[in-house]
Design a protein around this ligand. Structure first.
Ligand SMILES: [Zn+2]
Length: 189
């Protein structure tokens, strides 16, 4: 039986690179994957861009009010559905991909952040943590060398604890740094 997988982490852990690797592994064997991204992530437009400099065109963009099931179509000949920035899915869309993985018997691999810059769960990520069959953390490192768990938001290079939940890095002088809890407390709180 196919499963819904959630791979979560702090910012800059190489999630997008991991997605491209998985896609490559399938395609090397002559199988097709479908790459999906929520439109909330405006970075890269219709592409996903890994920090290693590789990019790839997204097959399906899905807006917050849209039905994932409708956008994905019949999924014929698709061996796996890969989702980047999955924290931006709505809880309802997460339920859709869960049931699609069962009905279509296709693995869905969702990659995303667990929490925002205030350490609050993104609604989509929280729903993924509730229902995904298989959950794994992708580890990344804080500036001090410990494992990073939180995402510090910087505006013009200065950490901030206030603002909207969603602010895309690289826009409006916003940028993020993944931090361990100690450094987050020291630098952000
Ligand atoms: Zn640290």
């Amino acid at each position: 039986m196919a499963k819904l997988y959630f791979r979560f982490s702090a910012m800059n852990s190489g999630k997008t690179t991991a997605i491209m690797q998985v896609a490559h592994n399938y395609e090397e064997r002559g199988m097709h994957v479908l790459l999906m991204k929520p439109t909330t992530d405006t970075k890269g437009d219709t592409k996903i861009i890994s920090r290693l400099g590789i990019d790839r065109e997204v097959d399906v963009l899905v807006g917050p009010a849209e039905s994932v099931t409708k956008q994905l179509g019949d999924l014929r000949d698709i061996a796996c559905v890969l989702i980047d920035e999955a924290q931006f899915l709505t809880p309802k869309q997460v339920d859709e991909i869960f049931w699609l993985s069962i009905e279509k018997n296709i693995p869905f691999m969702a990659y995303g952040l667990r929490t925002d810059f205030q350490t609050i769960g993104f609604p989509g990520a929280s729903r993924l943590l509730e229902i995904a069959h298989d959950i794994q953390e992708i580890k990344t490192i804080c500036r001090c060398g410990k494992k990073a768990v939180f995402n510090g938001r910087k505006i013009n290079g200065i950490f901030t604890a206030e603002g909207e939940q969603v602010a895309i890095d690289g826009q409006d002088n916003v940028d993020y740094e993944s931090l361990c809890a100690n450094c987050y407390k020291k630098l952000v709180k």
